[in-house]
Design a protein around this ligand. Structure first.
Ligand code: SF4
Length: 98
């Protein structure tokens, strides 16, 4: 690393809204849910499920897997489950659970 940049790196400024996104984790986001299947329940993110993502439909804490498949298909379900790590750093679509 270029040593001349050390001072700059240590004093890097962050906009307040960016700081909020950077400190939050998926587990605190309203789009983060439990997805209940027949044999197991896993975590996932439903932000890309249109009805939930645009807040048209209330987001329940537990969503049946068939509901997700019906709305976004198996590939959509895969994408939901890929974002199923509660400690993952939040993305730009983060909305605090409330
Ligand atoms: S922060 Fe982003 S990826 Fe994480 S649960 Fe919320 S919308 Fe999904």
């Amino acid at each position: 690393m270029d040593k001349r940049n050390v001072l700059w790196e240590k004093h890097r400024m962050m906009l307040p809204q960016m700081r909020e996104k950077a400190v939050h984790r998926c587990g605190h986001c309203r789009f983060f849910v439990s997805i209940r299947g027949l044999k197991e329940t896993r975590y996932g993110c439903v932000v890309d499920v249109k009805a939930y993502g645009n807040l048209e439909k209330r987001i329940p804490p537990v969503v049946p897997v068939l509901e997700i498949i019906k709305r976004v298909g198996l590939e959509g379900l895969e994408r939901c489950l890929e974002k199923g790590e509660p400690e993952r750093q939040s993305c730009g679509k983060f909305r605090l659970k409330g």
